[in-house]
Design a protein around this ligand. Structure first.
Ligand code: C2E
Ligand code: CA
Ligand code: CA
Ligand code: CA
Length: 278
């Protein structure tokens, strides 16, 4: 196929063509999914590294496609971002998380805090601060009940995005920097940014058992975060070797399969029993 030259080459690339066709199909389906209740949230526990008590949870979105079954967020979130659908999807996520907190409260359970993921597109296309406040207000919740997780791509959108994050933080909603270590910003770049919490990316955690390089990186991130007064969450913690190292180094919060996988809100009550206010 390659001999036919540059212009025709793409016609002989069935994988890419098929992939873009599938994307188009999914985009239409996703539009329907948002308005036809095919989305779900699942919740993964975040555990205090020292006390072992529940510190909060992260809300993660799931899509059950009527024909294709469960589609992972790594597939549909990028599509939603490209198609502008992340704004309504993100609103649904924020509102649903607040509803779930209220539902747990009405059952007598107190959840310390729920983290929601937000895309840089949401920061650019809408007044995220106002959307968050109205979701909280609609459920009569205080700002300390939720936090938002942003990636470096959010911070690299410029001053408007950072101002937006500052407003969010100022109103009492925590801001967490997700997937830390995978992007380009250095630890020192964190200074002055509106960040309460830093989440060390899973790729570093999963190498803790293997060698000194990953250990050194993890130790440096924790030490610097402590100096900056930022809490450290380790994500993707799967075993005791990782857990013990993180504890030894002073990580604040542990998240990962070792403690628990993400589960629907109805199942998460098992985690909430400890802190039940009844
Ligand atoms: P993330 O924000 O980094 O979320 C953590 C991912 O790691 C989740 O995958 C979680 O299930 C998985 N995970 C947690 N503990 C472990 C572990 O111990 N081992 C392993 N191997 N994996 C673990 P998930 O739910 O498939 O989400 C993937 C990504 O999709 C998220 O990465 C986030 O970037 C995005 N996402 C999920 N929900 C939302 C949402 O509501 N809005 C936005 N904008 N993005 C979302
Ligand atoms: Ca996250
Ligand atoms: Ca992450
Ligand atoms: Ca991620």
């Amino acid at each position: 196929a390659k001999q036919h030259g540059k212009n025709t080459y793409r016609f002989f690339c069935p994988d890419a063509a098929l992939a873009s066709l599938k994307q188009l199909e999914l985009r239409d389906d996703l539009h329907r999914a948002i308005y036809q209740k095919q989305l779900r949230l699942v919740y993964q526990p975040q555990v205090d590294a020292r006390s072992g008590r529940l510190a909060g949870c992260e809300a993660l979105v799931r899509w059950k496609h009527p024909e294709k079954g469960w589609i992972p967020p790594n597939v549909f979130i990028p599509i939603a971002e490209q198609a502008g659908l992340i704004v309504p999807l993100g609103r649904w996520v924020m509102l649903e998380a607040c509803r779930q907190i209220t539902l747990w409260q009405s059952m007598g359970y107190e959840v310390p805090r729920v983290s929601v993921n937000v895309s840089f597109v949401q920061l650019l296309r809408e007044d995220l601060h106002q959307v968050l406040l109205s979701c909280l207000a609609a459920n009569q919740l205080g700002p300390d009940r939720i936090s938002v997780e942003v990636t470096e791509s959010c911070i690299m959108q410029g001053v408007d995005a950072i101002d937006q994050l500052k407003r969010i933080q100022k109103s009492g909603i925590r801001v967490a920097l997700d997937d830390f270590g995978t992007g380009y910003s250095s630890l020192s770049a964190l200074k002055g940014l509106p960040i309460d919490e830093l989440k060390i990316d899973r790729s570093f955690i999963s190498e803790i058992a293997e060698g000194d390089d990953a250990r050194a990186i993890v130790a440096a991130i924790i030490a610097m975060a402590q100096r900056l007064g930022v809490e450290v969450v380790a994500e993707g913690v799967e075993n005791e070797v990782e857990l013990n190292y993180l504890r030894e180094r002073g990580a604040d919060i542990i998240q990962g399969y070792f403690f628990g996988r993400p589960v629907p809100g109805s199942e998460f009550t098992g985690w909430l029993a400890d802190t039940a206010s009844h």
